[in-house]
Design a protein. Structure first.
Length: 181
């Protein structure tokens, strides 16, 4: 009689030893470094949440801030940029009355891209976390902005999309295959 159970136990034991040899730190670092640019583009350029749907729409007042198209902004009258704003005008109320408004040069598209000064997307980094590496913000203020955005728009923005998750799984499968050889 052949003892199948003991052979199966040896196979499982060997497989577990090999899986324990997977370098989780290297694998998760590769996953994070591969996906950071994809997530940054999805959120801060394309304005998409984790379901690949539009995050939201900016208000008309915020569009004025982003684009600098206030009613008291100077208009260029000559040349190839004729008709465009020369500056963002000046503050007309509050303690800064008369002072020049900052110019963000961000366009008039109302699609939410969670970017005005580019500080938030420039602050997105890969960082060590418990059991590996992840994508996050090195500045706690930008982390709070990320949480605020999800609460404000009532959407999961920072979770991985189905495609991003598939890419992370593909990397994990490659590490597992290498360990099982």
């Amino acid at each position: 009689m052949i003892n199948v159970t003991s052979n199966l136990g040896n196979v499982i034991s060997t497989a577990l030893e090999r899986l324990n040899g997977v370098n989780i730190n290297m694998m998760t670092r590769e996953q994070a470094s591969t996906l950071i640019g994809v997530v940054r583009d999805r959120v801060h350029i394309n304005g998409l949440d984790s379901k690949n749907a539009q995050i939201g729409v900016y208000t008309k007042a915020y569009i004025k801030l982003r684009s600098g198209q206030y009613s008291n902004a100077s208009i260029i009258t000559r040349g190839k940029n004729s008709g465009k704003n020369k500056n963002a005008g000046t503050y007309t109320k509050g303690k800064s009355i008369g002072a020049a408004r900052p110019r963000y040069n961000r366009g008039t598209d109302s699609k939410v891209i969670l970017s005005l000064t580019r500080q938030m997307e420039n602050d997105m980094v890969i960082m060590p976390i418990d059991n590996g590496w992840g994508i996050g913000y090195s500045n706690p203020v930008n982390y709070q902005k990320a949480k605020w955005a999800e609460n404000t728009y009532h959407k999961k923005i920072w979770d991985l999309t189905t495609e991003e998750r598939a890419e992370a799984i593909k990397i994990a499968e490659r590490y597992i295959e290498e360990a099982m050889k």
